[in-house]
Each structure stands twice: as C-alpha cells, then as structure tokens.
Design a protein around this ligand. Structure first.
Ligand code: SF4
Length: 448
C-alpha cells in the first residue's frame, strides 16, 4: 500500500476555523524548529470504550508494573542510542489511560529521560488522565514526579451520554477531578466529543458553554468518528447507532467555532483550541513534523538517524512488547527509512491540520519537493487553499481554507501528486515509495 493512501485513511476531514494566527511560542519553538519530544504509551485501561480503536487493553487481573517499568527504561536506553544527544522539549504520557500508572513509575521514567537526554527547563510534560476520583488522587504524585500538564478525557458533560460512550466517570467526578487539576497544575486541558447520537445543536451549545466556563487555557473538541472494528461500528452497521449526518455535524461544528472564538480560544488545529501561547507543544511537534522517540507498546516515532529520517513502530500487544524488550532491548517491529517524497507527504498531511499551515521552506528542505505552482493556483481558485506571505514577499506557507478542510484528504492528495522535485536532488531520493507505518494515533485521532 502506498504511504499516502495509508495516511489518508487515517485522516478524517473536518473543518477548522481560519485566521487564528498562532502567537509566537513561549518555548521558542516554531514551524522551522519543532523540537524533539518523547512519547510514552501506557496501554492499559479500566475498560474499553465502545468507540475506541486505540492500542488500549483491559487486564482484570492487573499487570506487572515493575516488569513494564523495566521495559520502558530499557527501551528508552535503546531510543537514546538511536537519537544521540538531544534537548527534550516535550514529554507526553498517552494511552490507554496513563493515570492508571503509579506516580513512582512516572517518576522513574522521567528520571531516566533526564539522565539520557537534556530536558529543557521549560519542557512541557503532559499526562493523559481519566477524570475519575481515583486518578485525581494521584495528581499530586504526578506533579511531584515532574508532570506539569494534564489532559483529561471528559468526553461529555452529561451522565447519560457518558454511559453511552462507555465512560466510567460521572460528570460530578469529572468536575471534582478538574478542581484538583486546576489547583495542582499550571496547565490543564480536557476533551469533549460532539456529534454524538441524538445530540441537538441546542444541547451542544449548552454543553459547550458549560465546558468553556470550566476550561483552562486549552481544550480539545472532537467530532465522533465511527472507527472500523469497534462495537460502535457494529451497532451502526446493525442500524442501532445513528450519528448526526454531515449537515447536522457541520451545524455542531459551526457552534463549536463560534463559541470557542467568542471566548478567546483560537482553533490552532482542526480539533484543538487554545488561548494565545497555550497550544499543546507536544501536539504542535507532531503537526509541525518534528522529531520524537516513541516508547511503549504500539508507540510510533520519527527520528533523525545517521540513515536519515526513520519511522519506528513498536509491537502493540503489551506483554509481547515487554517480552521483546527483555529479549533484545527494544519492542520495535518496524524501522523504515523515509524517502524525501514520503517525508513531504507526511509533513503536508500533518501541517495542513494547523491554522499556521505548512512551511514551504521546510517542506523543501525535508521533502526535497515543492507543490506545483499550477496546482496551488487551481486549489486557490477553488477556494480550498490559501498561500500565506508577508507583504510582497513570495508565499512562505500554504494552508487549507475552511472549505478546503471539508475535503482535506483530496487537497492533500492533489498537492502530493503535484510535488516537483527540487533541482540538484538525486531522483532516487524522491522516487522511492517504500511502504511504511502510519503516523501516531495521537496525532490524528481522538485521544482518551
Ligand atoms: S477511549 Fe481512552 S479510556 Fe476509552 S478505551 Fe480508548 S484509550 Fe481507554
């Protein structure tokens, strides 16, 4: 399967507000220098939500946390050998439900990261948390371990909807967890899912207003997508789950943009909203096509090595992954060198999700390509793409317009097909199309 096809299958086209210019990053990172991050995947959940296709597993008998900690530490050692020295700008514990991890485990992982690389003094260290009372009880432990930001999977502010989504927390528990997060961390975020079965515009307007009253400086608002091979997909196929159609979903989306904009949250990415300067650095690192080491079951990475940029993917099954790490020091099942064209495709796919768009100079530097001017003009004439320039200077970036967001898959495919190799680049470096692993779920889909 061609890389772009695999990537496009994972990208759900959603509209995004435009004109939300990104403020200069407080971290000093930008589209030219997205930085380096470490992603740690914790694979366990208390129960499986019926809409979820993440690499998450339920173990009613528990798990051997000491064994998993040892495996994480060994895989971090291995990742350091691949990357060489780096300054770590962000660390992200995703899952699964990382708030099921003991704070001492989190601390040991962070200590090892600090021993292996240089962690920036202002590094963002995020942990995804289930907003239940048990998890909130661990928040101070995570903070003491070094975590400085939590991202909570609320998903709904309605108990009946939470039940239908298979969530195990209640709205009251979520609100209490949020209070603990607010008093524990300088930065926190939470997620909601909209376009749920039966959700009306008035109901979403009211729910989102409540959410904005509770929010900090960042929130993620995802449209429900029915993923293949999930219980929701089976229910939908049986006619027992009916989600809002495209027009109804669009109306909900427009409410989302209207209310968040009115409260000062910029739509810096398709589903992510933040006050100026409070964008998630780790997510920006993905979407700006930065470099990151992925450790843990099913984790993906993108690393610059002496062989160029490589994509890594780890074994998904937790215990099999741990066994593999014990046997050979890492759980990677695929390490693929990315051709220039593949890097261009990936960068385009990720960057067009952002309101700041894709930086053309970096696309040229990494992908050794540029989109054809004719194709850009055609897409602009159709109102799907916009060139961004300063004054009379040539465009330095392109971004999808609101209309283009509705058909983002097609826009990405059209631009990719039009890639023109830059002069002086050996044809072999842009012509290969080795199959490779798709981008990380967390960069493309709905988190826990
Ligand atoms: S949605 Fe989140 S909490 Fe639910 S099963 Fe998936 S990863 Fe676990």
């Amino acid at each position: 399967m061609h890389l772009l096809g695999a990537l496009l299958r994972m990208l759900y086209s959603r509209p995004v507000a435009m004109g939300d210019a990104m403020t200069p990053s407080r971290s000093g990172l930008d589209a030219n220098d997205p930085g380096f991050g470490v992603y740690v995947h914790w694979p366990f959940c208390a129960q499986k939500c019926p809409y979820c296709d993440f690499n998450s597993h339920v173990r009613f008998g528990g798990w051997d946390e000491d064994r998993f900690l040892s495996a994480y530490l060994r895989e971090l050692d291995d990742a350091r050998q691949r990357t060489g020295p780096r300054i770590v700008n962000s660390i992200f514990f995703g899952g699964g439900t990382p708030s099921l991890m003991k704070p001492s485990t989190t601390a040991a992982i962070l200590d090892r990261i600090a021993a292996l690389w240089s962690v920036g003094s202002d590094a963002e260290i995020t942990l995804e948390a289930n907003p239940g009372s048990v998890e909130a009880g661990r928040f101070r432990g995570y903070r003491d371990a070094g975590v400085n930001r939590v991202s909570m999977g609320f998903q709904a502010l309605n108990d009946e909807a939470l039940k239908k989504l298979g969530r195990i927390h209640t709205v009251a528990e979520g609100r209490a967890a949020l209070d603990v997060a607010r008093s524990t961390f300088a930065r926190f975020s939470f997620d909601l899912i909209y376009a749920r079965p039966g959700q009306t515009p008035d109901a979403w307007r009211s729910e989102l207003s409540d959410a904005l009253d509770m929010a900090g400086d960042h929130l993620s608002l995802y449209q429900l997508t029915i993923e293949p091979d999930t219980p929701y997909a089976a229910l939908q196929a049986a006619g027992k789950l009916i989600v809002p159609d495209e027009d109804a979903a669009l109306a909900l989306y427009e409410i989302t943009q209207e209310l968040t904009h009115a409260r000062g949250y910029g739509a810096y990415e398709i589903s992510n909203h933040a006050r100026p300067g409070q964008e998630s650095r780790h997510n920006l690192l993905y979407w700006r096509y930065g470099e990151y080491a992925g450790v843990g079951p099913g984790a993906h990475g993108r690393l610059m090595t002496c062989d160029g940029r490589v994509a890594t993917i780890a074994e998904k099954h937790p215990e099999t992954w741990a066994g593999q790490v014990e046997a050979k020091g890492h759980g990677l099942i695929d390490i693929t060198s990315l051709s220039a064209t593949e890097q261009g495709d990936e960068m385009l796919l990720m960057g067009l999700r952002l309101s700041e768009g894709v930086n053309l100079a970096r696309l040229a530097a990494l992908g050794s390509v540029r989109p054809s001017l004719q194709t850009v003009s055609e897409l602009e004439a159709l109102g799907l793409l916009q060139s961004i320039s300063t004054g009379n200077a040539p465009p330095h970036a392109i971004r999808a317009t609101p209309k283009g967001r509705f058909v983002l898959n097609a826009v990405v495919a059209k631009l990719s097909e039009s890639f023109v190799p830059l002069e002086g680049i050996a044809s072999g470096s842009v012509a290969t199309s080795q199959p490779t692993s798709p981008l990380p779920q967390h960069a493309l889909s709905t988190p826990a």
